[in-house]
Write a protein that binds this ligand. Structure first.
Ligand SMILES: C[S@@+](CC[C@H](N)C(=O)[O-])C[C@H]1O[C@@H](n2cnc3c(N)ncnc32)[C@H](O)[C@@H]1O
Length: 285
């Protein structure tokens, strides 16, 4: 059983949990009914477990906090399609050879997740406004991508685009991988915890949308070192400006959050305000 390790002054009561026990927790979480279909990266589970063990006095409290944190990171409440039906619909859309069927399929995927659903009314202008600032990118990192790669038909990117999409949700990444393959583009879908392993591919633009506030909830102070580690010319960070139910205006709060994350940095930042989302365009080089 895990014990409680008390420091010599009796103050610090970080629990002692052995490596075997940590592996046991990881195994139980990965195979739990809630998460087994997602194949969550081990690096994510280990990082969250170690983080909570350092914050709690008792192993059972730490495990409860791990479960709460994972729920917020994975965010099942934001929505998902049925991935096996989506795989079938994806193949049917490409087999039809009809560009409109492919766009309709993409729209249904964008609609299946709250973050991209909110962007659908803006699809015609959203990405062109970003590229007006960054120039048309040749290489893009889509960090914590969710369903955003299905917006590719509206991004007006060159056929030679290199697009790297990262997410920790395996069925989502598998679907995006199939979509990239059938599209025939030089694109890659990568199953990874980007906070533990920040991508090191050099790129013109990184998109980090609607996730920075959640990174800070996972680990306060996580964003700045993450931003610094990316080897990109432009880092575009967006934050939602209304709550999920649309009842609260978060605009000032989100602007203050970005100011506090970027305090002391010499990077130039230009802001674009869309109806539901603020995009901070950070010029890193
Ligand atoms: C709020 S959604 C945003 C999706 C997308 N960026 C957008 O704005 O449309 C968060 C997404 O990030 C993924 N995610 C959260 N933490 C992550 C991490 N550390 N590494 C990779 N993906 C992560 C989740 O699985 C989910 O798909």
């Amino acid at each position: 059983m895990p014990g409680i390790r008390e420091s010599s002054d009796g103050m610090n009561k970080a629990p002692f949990v052995s490596e075997d026990e940590i592996r046991d927790w990881i195994g139980k979480l990965r195979t739990s009914r809630k998460y087994r279909s997602l194949d969550l990266p081990e690096s994510l589970l280990r990082d969250v477990i170690l983080g909570e063990l350092s914050r709690h006095n008792r192993p059972d409290e730490a495990l409860k906090a791990v479960r709460e944190k994972l729920h917020n990171i994975v965010a099942p409440y934001l929505g998902d399609p049925d991935y096996s039906l989506a795989q079938t619909a994806l193949r049917a859309a490409f087999t039809s050879g009809n560009p409109q069927s492919i766009r309709d399929f993409c729209l249904s995927m964008l609609a299946s997740h709250a973050s991209t659903r909110e962007r659908i009314p803006l699809l015609g202008e959203f990405y062109s406004r970003l590229w007006q600032i960054t120039g048309i990118p040749q290489t893009i990192l889509d960090l914590a991508c969710g369903m955003q790669p299905f917006a590719l038909p509206w991004m007006d990117l060159p056929a030679s685009i290199r697009y790297f999409a990262y997410d920790l949700h395996h069925p989502r990444i598998e679907l995006i991988h199939q979509f990239f393959q059938l599209s025939g583009c030089s694109c890659k879908a990568i199953h990874e915890d980007i906070l533990v392993n920040p991508p090191q591919i050099e790129a013109d633009v990184a998109l980090f949308f609607k996730e920075a506030h959640r990174f800070e909830q996972r680990r306060r102070g996580a964003c700045l070192p993450f931003f610094q580690s990316l080897r990109v010319r432009w880092l575009l960070v967006s934050l939602p400006i209304s709550s999920l139910k649309g009842t609260r205006n978060l605009e000032d709060r989100q602007r203050r959050l970005m100011q506090s994350i970027l305090a002391g940095q010499a990077w130039e930042v230009e802001e674009i305000r869309f109806d539901n989302e603020l995009v901070f365009c950070i010029q890193k080089t």
